[in-house]
Design a protein. Structure first.
Length: 406
């Protein structure tokens, strides 16, 4: 069985975090399946966003440039013969995102060689790769699956051109997978038909050997953090949907002067967030760490007292699973697939989006509670690779059966 895996997000080097969860999943499954991964990066920056918001234009351009590959990725565990990427030109995404797959499709003159002997196609996100999977499936008569990831579904609005194309893609897919039932239900509420027989909940695969419990005191000494500090950690892209400004506001309300906030990640909102921190005179207590490689990320999960994810929307956030694997409790918003991960008083607390008062309250509860770190880790046992692989086995078996009937 030869699998073609399509994704618009994948690390561009060993230190990159963009699409790292897709990479880890492909890396693990490649031990058991013949997978060829195809990555796609637009050569044109988000011009409409840049022009419509000149103040953030430089930040948006910088973020796009930093996440565009300069050379072919060389990643551990995946042979370069099984990994290729395509840079393509496109018209502004704000107007043409629903047909962006055609720009890739007509760029892939060599795709015919890559598609030879492919049994099935799996894709992450509706646009552009889910759409591309549909086009390739239609041309070469190969069954395909599409994985709903979160933002791709939350951006759909009933009746728009984006919704119409997405509806066709999803309904034509042989199997629709999702990181949460909420995303499937959301599609169904928007008149997109996803019969139970062709839907499958599918988690990412995590490196449980890497994301593990370490000695907190030793790491605090290494990173020069006082043992008295109560450390709140945010990990993710510095983008509007993550609601980091609400986290900063909640943090400013904390009574504990020994508390500090660490913000790990990068994105177009960074300058604006730094301005908020400066205006609140919190520069000594809120630190921006930038993007962290996997080793440092694991260390910071173990240094911290709580992870906070105050997003407006999410699928099934990888950072929550990673944090819990490292024995770190979580305070996060009651959106997307997060309620399936967090049980109050068991491994963290849920709050409503944009509620800085409740966020402050439960951050205080978390940092003053003595947590059993092994129980926190065991709360996400279902994400252990051997368990997740069984679901991928189901997916590939179903698609393989579809292939044999073509």
């Amino acid at each position: 069985m030869k699998i073609l895996w399509l994704t618009p997000q994948f690390p561009i080097n060993s230190n990159s975090i963009k699409g790292i969860y897709v990479y880890r999943t492909v890396k693990y499954l490649s031990k058991y399946y013949n997978i060829t991964t195809c990555l796609f990066y637009p050569q044109v920056p988000p011009l409409l966003k840049i022009l419509s918001n000149p103040q953030k234009g430089k930040d948006l351009f910088r973020y796009w440039k930093n996440n565009s590959p300069k050379k072919f990725p060389n990643l551990e565990g995946i042979s370069n013969k099984k990994l290729f990427f395509v840079k393509y030109f496109r018209l502004p995404r704000g107007l043409f995102h629903h047909i962006e797959a055609y720009f890739i499709y007509f760029t892939l003159f060599f795709m015919k060689k890559k598609i030879q002997n492919v049994s099935i196609i799996h894709s992450n996100w509706i646009y552009p790769t889910g759409h591309l999977a549909y086009l390739l499936s239609k041309k070469y008569k190969i069954p395909f699956s599409i994985s709903l990831m979160g933002t791709d579904v939350h951006k759909l609005k009933h009746g728009t051109k984006y919704w119409k194309v997405a509806k066709n893609i999803i309904e034509k897919a042989n199997i629709v997978t999702s990181v949460s039932q909420e995303l499937i239900d959301r599609c169904i509420r928007m008149d997109i038909s996803i019969p139970k027989v062709k839907s499958l909940l599918l988690d990412n695969i995590y490196d449980i050997e890497k994301f593990r419990i370490l000695d907190k005191n030793q790491l605090r000494e290494t990173y020069n953090f006082s043992f008295d500090y109560k450390i709140i950690l945010f990990v993710g892209g510095l983008v509007e949907i993550k609601n980091i400004d609400i986290l900063i506001k909640a943090f400013s309300l904390l009574d504990d002067r020994n508390s500090i906030l660490l913000i790990a990640g990068d994105g177009p909102e960074k300058n604006g967030l730094e301005y908020i921190v400066s205006s609140l005179k919190l520069e000594q207590r809120i630190l921006f760490l930038g993007n962290l490689n996997s080793e440092n990320l694991v260390n910071y999960y173990n240094v911290a007292d709580v992870l906070c994810l105050p997003s407006k929307n999410e699928g099934t956030p990888n950072v929550i699973v990673e944090a819990l694997l490292c024995g770190l409790p979580v305070v996060a918003t009651n959106v997307g697939g997060i309620p399936n991960l967090i049980s109050s008083k068991i491994n963290g607390y849920l709050v409503e989006p944009n509620d800085s008062v409740s966020l402050k309250k439960y951050l205080e509860v978390c940092i003053t509670t003595q947590w059993d770190r092994m129980k926190l880790r065991s709360s996400v046992e279902k994400f252990y690779p051997s368990n997740v692989k069984q679901t991928y086995d189901q997916l590939f078996t179903k698609l393989s059966l579809e292939s044999s009937q073509e």
